[in-house]
Design a protein around this ligand. Structure first.
Ligand code: SF4
Length: 279
């Protein structure tokens, strides 16, 4: 059994909160560049250029990519041969979020649902823990913006809806979302499981690098078909027209109950932030 002090988890979460908010991934930057090369609309090209410049300023000056620095979503892959010592895991993660948002001058965006009173330190974080083989702890911090999260949905389709029903639902969701999720977006889709699992599959689908191929050829083809449909809508960057409404569509799938076809659609904005560390 390997002992890991939770103080290290606090330190890493703190750093990841700041890195994620300051430093947009190279895959997103490459996707902006690729989209710019394909765009015909001068406005869309201009906006994509501004997004590149914005990301560059955020990295150099260590300021948030967006004023909405997100709710901290933290994925933990906990090796089953790890014994955590020195405190509790949730508390350690919350402390890391608290310190990261304070030290990085990141906006605290979390409030009571009814009174809307701000909790003051961007906690609680949303934590997903999965126990895996091994003696390592993997942490992924993915700050999620409110505008794009608001446009996300879970629905329970009938089994007869099939692939066609899934495509129609996702395209309709993106159409109805318009400029609200700050396009160009990344669309995470979770198919199967249960009501809650479909949402989690969709959120995890966002973590796959943009430009990577889905290992399942049927899902890879589905992603391509949905992306073509979405980019034919003409919503474009920031909703001002163009070919680039989404940079990528990522699908995760698992088996489901014979009576169900759960579908999660998690829309991510251009501030596609996530960083990870392995302890
Ligand atoms: S949805 Fe994303 S880009 Fe838009 S305001 Fe929120 S974090 Fe910023």
């Amino acid at each position: 059994m390997r002992e890991v002090d939770v103080g290290i988890i606090t330190e890493r979460v703190k750093t990841l909160c700041m890195e994620a908010n300051f430093d947009l991934g190279q895959d997103v930057l490459d996707a902006f560049k690729g989209a710019k090369a394909k765009e015909e609309s001068p406005t869309a090209i201009e906006i994509l250029g501004q997004l590149e410049e914005n990301a560059s300023i955020a990295r150099q000056e260590k300021v948030g990519i967006c004023q909405d620095t997100g709710i901290a979503v933290v994925f933990v892959e906990l090796g089953q041969d790890v014994h955590l010592v020195g405190g509790d895991l949730n508390g350690a993660i919350f402390e890391g979020v608290r310190q990261g948002y304070q030290e990085g001058y990141l906006r605290k965006s979390i409030c009571h649902p009814f009174t809307r009173a701000n909790t003051g330190d961007n906690t609680p974080a949303v934590i997903h823990v999965k126990v895996v083989p091994g003696d390592k702890v993997k942490l992924i911090v993915a700050p999620k913006g409110g505008g794009s999260e608001n446009m996300s949905r879970v629905t329970m389709l009938t089994p007869a809806a099939g692939k066609k029903g899934i495509i129609e639902y996702v395209v309709r969701r993106v159409t109805e979302s318009g400029s609200n999720p700050c396009p160009p977006t990344i669309v995470g889709i979770g198919i199967g499981g249960t009501f809650e699992e479909a949402a989690l599959l969709a959120k995890k689908a966002l973590l796959r690098p943009i430009g990577s191929e889905n290992p399942d050829p049927e899902l890879a083809s589905l992603e391509g078909e949905i992306l073509d449909r979405i980019n034919g809508l003409g919503i474009g960057p920031q909703g001002l027209g163009g070919r680039t409404t989404s940079l990528a569509v990522h699908v995760n799938m698992m088996p489901c109950h014979i009576a169900s076809l759960p579908l999660g659609v998690n829309i991510q904005c251009h501030a596609h932030r996530h960083k990870e560390a392995i302890i």
